[in-house]
Design a binder for this molecule. Structure first.
Ligand SMILES: *Cc1c(COP(=O)(O)O)cnc(C)c1O
Length: 387
C-alpha cells in the first residue's frame, strides 16, 4: 500500500489545520468507513485476476451460477445454519429488503425495537404500508438498546443486530412468550460476519454486503428459516399484491437456482465470495468476530484512557465491536479531527450526521486490521496535541 501524502484542501471553511501525520504513525490502510467499508486490496486484485473471466458474462450461465452457489454455501457455513434454512438473495440492498419484508413476511402486525436511524427506517416502512396494521414500537434513546418483550397479536418481531448510526450492538434473542409461529426478522446489515449469532434465535437474518462482507452495495442476502419460507408462501396464497421485484417468493425460487430475479452486479458477488472465503478459511465467524472485537478493545480502551475522549455508548455490553462511536470534549472538535485525518487520506471517520454529536465513528469490520485501529488512535492523539 502506498503511503498517503497529505492534501490540505480548500474545501472546508474554516480551513483544515495543516497537520501532516508522520508516515510511521499512519495506518497501512486508511479506510475506516461504516459502509461502504474497506475492501481488502487482495480481494480487489482478484477481480482483475481470476474474476476477470466472469465479469461481463451472463448471470444465467453455469460460471456465475457456480459463484452464487458458492456464496450461498459459504453464508450457510459461516452462520452454521440449521437444516432447512435457505440463503436467499436479490437486488436493492437492505432498503429494498425492508419493502420486500413488509410485502412478504409480515402477516398483519410487526413489533420493532427502534434505537437509531436504521431501525427507525423499517418502522416507517411498516407504518406506511396500507395492508398492515399499525406496528408497535419499543423506543430506546440513541446510544442504548431496547429489550423487545413479546406481545399478543404480533406475527413478526423486527430487531437490528447492530445500529450503525449509533454504534450500539443489541442481543439477537426470540422474545419469550411470542405467539406460536411469530417470526424474528433481524437487520444484520452491519453485524453479519463480524458478530457472533445463534441461528436458533432468528427466522430471517438479512444484510447487504458493503459492511462486514467487504463488498459493494446494491445486493441483499437473507438466511431464512423454514418458518419464514412458509410465511412467504402463506401470504402469496392469501392473494396480497406484491410487485415482482420485491416478491420474496420469486427471490426464493431464483435463489434455489443460484441466480437472482434480475441482473446482479457480478463484481459485487465476486468481492463477497472473496470475503466469505477469507473469513471461512481463517476460522469462520468466531475468528472474524474476535478480530473485530480486538479492534474494538483498542479503540474503546484508548478512548477511556484519554481525558478528552470517551466511548459514546455508556454500557460496555452495548458497545459495538464493529462500529465504534467516540465522543470528544467540547474543547476538541471532532469534525476538525476527521477533516485532518481525511487530508492525510484516513477517511470516513465522521460521525453519523443526524446524530448531531461531537463524535467520530470508526468502522472496525473484519477487513480492518486491528493494528490499523491502534495506529488511528495514535494519529488522533497526534492531531489533538497540535490543535
Ligand atoms: C447500512 C445499513 C442499512 C442500509 O443498507 P442499504 O444496503 O444501503 O439499503 C440498513 N440497516 C443497517 C443496520 C445498516 O447498517
Amino acid at each position: 500500500m502506498v503511503r498517503r501524502r497529505c492534501e490540505h484542501g480548500a474545501v472546508k471553511s474554516p480551513p483544515v489545520p495543516s497537520i501532516c501525520l508522520p508516515a510511521d504513525l499512519q495506518p497501512v490502510d486508511g479506510r475506516f468507513g461504516s459502509g461502504p467499508s474497506k475492501i481488502r486490496p487482495e480481494a480487489i486484485a482478484s477481480l482483475t485476476a481470476s474474476g476477470a473471466v466472469l465479469l461481463g458474462t451472463s448471470h444465467r450461465r453455469p460460471a456465475v451460477k457456480r459463484l452464487v452457489s458458492r456464496i450461498r454455501a459459504d453464508v450457510s457455513s459461516l452462520f452454521d445454519l440449521p437444516e432447512g434454512y435457505e440463503v436467499v438473495l436479490g437486488n436493492g440492498g437492505t432498503t429494498a429488503f425492508w419493502d420486500a419484508a413488509a410485502f412478504g413476511l409480515i402477516r398483519r402486525r410487526s413489533r420493532h425495537a427502534s434505537f437509531g436511524e436504521f431501525s427507525a427506517k423499517f418502522v416507517t416502512v411498516t407504518r406506511r404500508a396500507p395492508w398492515l396494521e399499525e406496528p408497535t414500537v419499543v423506543d430506546a434513546p440513541p446510544g442504548t438498546a431496547p429489550v423487545l418483550a413479546a406481545e399478543a397479536g404480533v406475527d413478526a418481531y423486527a430487531l437490528t443486530h447492530n445500529e450503525t448510526s449509533t454504534g450500539v450492538i443489541a442481543p439477537v434473542v426470540r422474545p419469550r412468550g411470542a405467539d406460536a409461529g411469530a417470526l424474528v426478522l433481524v437487520d444484520a446489515t452491519s453485524a453479519a460476519g463480524g458478530v457472533p449469532v445463534d441461528p436458533a434465535e432468528f427466522d430471517v437474518y438479512y444484510f447487504a454486503p458493503q459492511k462486514c462482507m467487504a463488498s459493494d452495495g446494491g445486493l441483499w442476502l437473507a438466511a431464512m428459516s423454514p418458518g419464514a419460507v412458509e410465511r412467504v408462501a402463506e401470504i402469496a396464497t392469501a392473494g396480497r399484491y406484491v410487485p415482482a421485484s420485491l416478491d420474496l417468493g420469486i427471490a426464493i425460487e431464483n435463489s434455489r437456482l443460484d441466480q437472482t430475479y434480475n441482473t446482479p452486479a457480478i463484481a459485487t458477488l465476486l468481492l463477497l465470495a472473496e470475503q466469505l472465503d477469507w473469513i471461512n478459511a481463517n476460522g469462520g465467524l468466531a475468528w472474524s468476530a474476535a478480530r473485530s472485537a480486538r479492534s474494538a478493545s483498542y479503540l474503546y480502551g484508548w478512548a477511556e484512557a484519554r481525558d478528552f475522549a470517551s466511548p459514546y455508548v455508556a454500557d460496555p455490553a452495548s458497545r459495538s465491536p464493529v462500529v465504534g462511536t467516540i465522543d470528544f470534549d467540547d474543547g476538541v472538535d471532532a469534525e476538525t479531527i476527521a477533516a485532518v485525518l481525511r487530508a492525510n487520506r484516513i477517511v470516513d471517520t465522521e460521525s453519523y450526521r443526524k446524530l448531531g454529536r461531537n463524535q467520530l465513528r470508526i468502522g472496525m469490520y473484519p477487513a480492518v486490521d486491528p493494528y490499523d485501529v491502534q495506529s488511528l488512535t495514535a494519529c488522533i492523539d497526534y492531531i489533538v496535541e497540535r490543535l
